[in-house]
Design a binder for this molecule. Structure first.
Ligand SMILES: *Cc1c(COP(=O)(O)O)cnc(C)c1O
Length: 388
């Protein structure tokens, strides 16, 4: 009998820099006496990210959701946008806030990203863009989507909230498509407490994003467009800058955690792992999704999720329910049966993964999962024996 964890193990836990280092950094803010509005630390942080993402075309925001909303508005996206229901609600909300109609199409079963064939089939004269999600940090079929977008004259936009640090063919993921949004929320692999960023191809659009995130101010007396307030502040930039120094270690630790999960769970009946990623992808190990097959595992995904709680392990059902099934999107007409997304939504569970999760604890989580699974199997076979 394996004992429950004494302290709860959550699905995510933010990396925190050394407190003394952070205090040192705060002194700079106190010295400057400058908290927000394009402060020196935000500007320096922007440069650091520019280097990391290998592009000058970056724009920082107070969070990822406002970054995406402003990105869509700044690019003039309207009408219909083809998107995925297997994502966090903010993807779709950003369309809604721009009065854009979401057209939900299905995902592919290996990595849960938009199925390009379904995208192409859903294009109408009103379609202006594709909004795809690198879900769990798994890159979309970037080349196929780019080809579709080009042939149909559509903008290609990525919600890359999960994809910090991912590379495709040795290019940073933010260089694909017309625009990508990154989230630096505390629960993400990389964070600035809260924060967001756009990377984009057309350098001419940068000034529009800058206006839109700061009320449209051109000068003290000129407002050139009805913007909103979505500026990043100095505290966020300080945290972001300090976490950035550790991002390689963070990704490496997550790689080790993932390797243990994969090795130990591979043979568990009823637990399905994702296939190996193609060789040209540099992955960030942002999440650890598994699928639970109710018949083979002996209990449903939801029962398993509850059972893990008894051991003080808090997994998440990402993404369930599908966005299109939330009350606020019930009235959106959907042609695609979303077969793959529905199946994934009912079977998926993401397991704890974060920088200071001890590798021994990962082993123990796996042992608990194995024990839960085999207990169910024994239970089933004894029931069967009783019937015989
Ligand atoms: C977290 C997340 C967002 C929103 O980012 P915030 O920075 O929390 O506003 C958008 N899309 C996806 C897929 C996310 O996971």
């Amino acid at each position: 009998m394996i004992k429950p964890f004494k302290k709860p193990i959550y699905v995510a836990r933010p990396f925190l820099p050394n407190l003394d280092d952070f205090s040192e950094g705060l002194k700079e803010i106190w010295d400057n006496h400058w908290l927000t509005n394009k402060g020196p630390i935000v500007q320096r942080f922007g440069q650091e990210l520019s280097n990391y993402f290998e592009t000058d075309n970056v724009c920082l925001f107070t969070n990822g959701t406002l970054a995406l909303q402003i990105g869509l508005q700044g690019m003039g996206i309207a009408g219909e946008v083809i998107t995925t229901p297997f994502t966090f609600v903010a993807t779709t909300h950003s369309l809604f806030w721009n009065k854009i109609r979401p057209v939900f199409v299905d995902i592919e079963p290996d990595f849960y990203t938009l199925d390009p064939e379904k995208v192409e089939a859903a294009i109408t004269p009103w379609t202006t863009a594709i909004l795809a999600v690198h879900v769990f940090g798994y890159p979309c079929k970037v080349n196929v989507l780019a080809d579709i977008a080009r042939r149909h004259n559509l903008k290609l936009i990525y919600d890359a909230a999960h994809a910090f640090g991912v590379r495709v063919g040795n290019k940073p993921i933010g260089l694909f498509g017309d625009m990508s949004m990154f989230s630096f929320h505390a629960t993400k692999l990389y964070h600035s407490i809260e924060g967001g960023m756009l990377t984009f191809q057309d350098s001419g659009i940068k000034s529009i994003f800058d206006y839109l995130k700061n009320f449209g101010f051109e000068s003290e007396v000129e407002v050139v467009m009805p913007g909103t307030n979505a500026k990043m502040n100095e505290m966020q930039a300080l945290m972001g800058s300090m976490v950035l120094e550790h991002v390689n270690e963070i990704i490496e630790k997550r790689r080790q955690i993932t390797a243990i999960y994969r090795e130990k769970l591979e043979a568990v009946s009823g637990i399905y792992l994702r296939p190996e990623l193609p060789k040209d992808i540099g992955y960030n190990y942002a999440y650890m999704p598994v699928e639970v097959d109710e018949k083979e595992f002996g209990m449903s995904r939801d029962q398993f999720y509850e059972k893990l709680k008894e051991y003080n392990i808090y997994s998440r059902r990402y993404f369930y329910p599908l966005v299109c099934d939330f009350a606020c999107y019930k009235s959106v007409a959907i042609k695609d049966p979303l077969t793959v997304a529905r199946k994934a939504g009912e079977r998926i569970l993401t397991l704890p993964i974060y920088y200071d999760l001890a590798l021994d604890d990962v082993q123990r989580i796996c042992d608990i999962i194995i024990a839960i699974g085999s207990k169910q199997a024994n239970h089933q076979s004894s029931e069967l024996a009783a019937k015989v």
